[in-house]
Design a protein around this ligand. Structure first.
Ligand code: ATP
Ligand code: MG
Ligand code: MG
Length: 369
């Protein structure tokens, strides 16, 4: 999607990806085959680029730091990647900047985990510090007895774990924040994200919450991004608690699933905005040009051919809905729960879009039967 936005602006994107037929390879100006976690490869890749940016935070931060010292333009900055890619460090950083978040503590052994349980209560969220996505680095212990199995499920203490107090949220919200090379900061409207099995499933824009909540969410997101270095778009994931408090969950220093709807619903998509930011152009207008939008992730339901068939049926139904746009990523392999594409519906109100979405998914449910 970044390559699609780039082509409209005649910005040439060179992609570094280890997979021969990765989705971006057919859209990119060039595709260099290799790992974004391998220092030599990244250094070789950097020689071809005017600006280095990334769409995944699990890149080699040390190499980016080295390249920056040599004068290579990295946006956002390597320091940001380093902070974000270790979720525990991320929490330390944001708490030092007075950003509200669930209480947390490092845990190195079972004794430490028990102490965290006594301090924060149960259920207790245990998280991997690194390489987490789609909730795959999270495990919940409902009681002290469940601590060992939760730790084992994450691969043990050697993986690097920390504990987080359970956030009793009523809604999850997200804000995409853009920062230009001139340090101007611009926030997209607050959205609601709905997760299924820890995976982002539906995004509603704008979030149906009180004005005051939107204001507070935007302020927390602004402050969080303001504490990081570099240009680009950042996604700030938030919890809304029953008493109207906003707590930060995590920040992704890149275009994000909660911003996919912006392609159809905003004057400047998150992808165009990211490109504008990293190459040093003025930021665009992040406001919505439609009253409402819903984004629905197409997740793999079955492995292999059957999974493809089910997804195609869903997309065919979506194509009959006015205001619906289908995005199919053309990932070579279908896996259960994998994000294979998404559908965005724009229209006059969230309730109207919810019924349109129900048409797409309910029809599917009846066909499944
Ligand atoms: P992503 O794909 O967003 O990068 P991730 O693997 O980094 O996901 P998190 O964002 O930490 O995982 O958590 C995934 C989901 O788990 C959250 O969106 C939320 O629904 C739930 N969650 C995370 N932390 C807590 C918490 N402290 N209390 C309650 N629920 C939580
Ligand atoms: Mg994450
Ligand atoms: Mg998350």
């Amino acid at each position: 999607m970044l390559c699609q936005a780039a082509s409209e602006m005649a910005i040439k994107v060179i992609v570094l990806d280890p997979q021969q037929n990765c989705p971006a390879s057919s859209l990119a100006y060039q595709h260099m085959l290799g790992s974004f976690d391998d220092s030599t490869t990244v250094q070789e890749f950097a020689k071809r680029c005017g600006v280095l940016t990334f769409e995944i935070e699990h890149v080699d931060a040390a190499t980016l730091e080295k390249l920056e010292k040599q004068g290579v333009e990295c946006q956002p900055k390597a320091s940001t990647v380093r902070i974000i890619q270790d979720k525990y460090q991320q929490k330390v950083h944001f708490s030092q900047h007075d950003i509200p978040l669930p209480e947390f503590s490092r845990i190195d052994d079972l004794e430490g985990a028990k102490k965290a349980g006594e301090r924060f209560g149960y259920p207790l969220m245990i998280k991997s510090r690194r390489l987490a996505y789609d909730g795959r680095g999270n495990a919940v212990a409902k009681s002290e007895e469940e601590l060992p199995s939760a730790v084992d499920a994450l691969g043990g203490f050697d993986r690097g774990l920390y504990a987080e107090k359970w956030a009793p949220f009523v809604k999850e919200l997200a804000v995409i924040v853009a920062r230009g090379r001139d340090n101007t900061i611009s926030c997209y409207p607050v959205v609601e994200t709905i997760h299924r099995d820890n995976i982002c499933h539906i995004v509603k824009a704008p979030a149906n919450v009180k004005w005051k909540v939107r204001e507070c969410a935007t302020e927390v997101a602004f402050n969080a991004v303001n504490s990081l270095e570099g240009a680009g778009v950042f996604a700030v994931e938030l919890f809304l608690t029953e008493d109207g408090q906003i707590l930060l969950n995590e920040v992704a220093p890149r275009p994000h699933n909660s911003g996919h709807h912006t392609i159809e619903s905003c004057y400047t998509s998150q992808y165009e905005q990211h490109l504008r930011a990293v190459v040093g152009l003025p930021l665009g207008d992040p406001s919505m040009k439609t009253p409402a939008a819903i984004m629905y992730n197409i997740l793999g339901e079955e492995e292999g051919e059957l999974g493809f068939q089910l997804a195609h049926q869903l997309m065919k139904r979506a194509l009959t809905i006015p205001g619906a746009s289908v995005h199919w990523y053309d990932k070579p392999e279908m896996r259960k729960q994998r994000k294979m594409g998404h559908i965005t519906i724009v229209g006059p109100s969230l309730s109207n879009l919810e019924s349109n979405l129900a048409t797409i998914t309910e029809e599917k449910a009846s066909e499944d039967k």
